[in-house]
Design a protein around this ligand. Sequence first.
Ligand SMILES: C[S@@+](CC[C@H](N)C(=O)[O-])C[C@H]1O[C@@H](n2cnc3c(N)ncnc32)[C@H](O)[C@@H]1O
Length: 363
Amino acid sequence: MAKRDVLWPIEPHTKGKHLVLENYLAAWWPIMASSNKRVLFIDGFAGPGKYSGEEDGSPIIAMRSLLNSPRRMLRSHVQFRFIEADSTSAEHLKSLCERWKESLPPNCGLQVIPGAFDEHLTSVMDDLEKQSTALDPAFVMIDPFGVSGTPMSVVRRIFKNPRSEVLITYMYEYINRFKSTYSFEHKLDELYGCANWRQALEEIDPARRDRILFDVYEKQLRAAGARYVLRFNLFKGGRLFYALFFGTQDLTGCDKMKQAMWKVAPDGDFAFHGYHTEQLTLGLETVDFVPLMNELSGRFRNSGWVKIEEIENFVRSDETDYHSGHLKVKTLRPMESEGTILVDEKTRRRKFAYTPGTRIRFV
Ligand SMILES: C[S@@+](CC[C@H](N)C(=O)[O-])C[C@H]1O[C@@H](n2cnc3c(N)ncnc32)[C@H](O)[C@@H]1O
């Protein structure tokens, strides 16, 4: 890859990714930093911390979002670890961080680590394993330019802590362009942690080929320990550009990440699309809830009376692109008006309320 200036111009899709990060961390910090002794934020491909137009990079966004969280919620020891392989970028980030150190609360630590993400994490986790412990609960951002240095073997070790999560930029366009180059194939074997992605090389139909590439990666993340995997496709000028994969073992984390994605409105050049319903553009002011109605009917039609909690858990999970905030007023209420659901009146206090314990039947 050509050498670039230490600061480069931010692209619209990067802004989209930053908004997702910021939105998610606004929900993550209060939960994680109030319920764990120690919490880690690892930016594995941290960059220089700024863009040429003075926009903040991901490490700064992470620290700012912690500072914006309610102080009373921040009871854990929080450790920021920013890893950056390029020495000039690492130096730049370090000098920015010096200023930030003063603003962070006393229960925070901060390290800029010059070096490669996989090498650093591997050595940290080797040491922890010798002491029979796992990495602290961590949010790990894996945001490379290409595919090198992001092996599935490292992701697998991150998931050894059930409270850890990963947000990965999957460089679709780059992978699609180079996938049949001999030297590149080995890099993809490492990225995937298996060779099954090579089935895509035999597929002529582009849509089916993309499916294979994405599905195998998703499967591998699950095998590595992610209980829930979300994928959001980022379109640039109408073309699939890259995907953000999020892996977590926690249902609330899954729901919160979907909410974070939905908050990002499409902007001239880019838009996030759903995974289950690819034509669904997230963040539009007018949202189509018919796909969710169909998904719910398909899922529960033959289940008899179902408790609202079970329906909520389905919507919070990775089985749909929608999130819990979309369920009651936007989806169940119109379904009840249309008569496509029946509600057991004995289980609720008033009409159109779906309080805990409410039983619903899809007809
Ligand atoms: C896409 S940029 C990161 C942007 C940053 N996450 C942000 O959103 O502001 C990728 C960065 O990863 C660095 N990098 C490349 N290979 C790396 C590796 N193996 N380990 C750590 N950093 C690496 C590059 O120098 C570059 O600064």
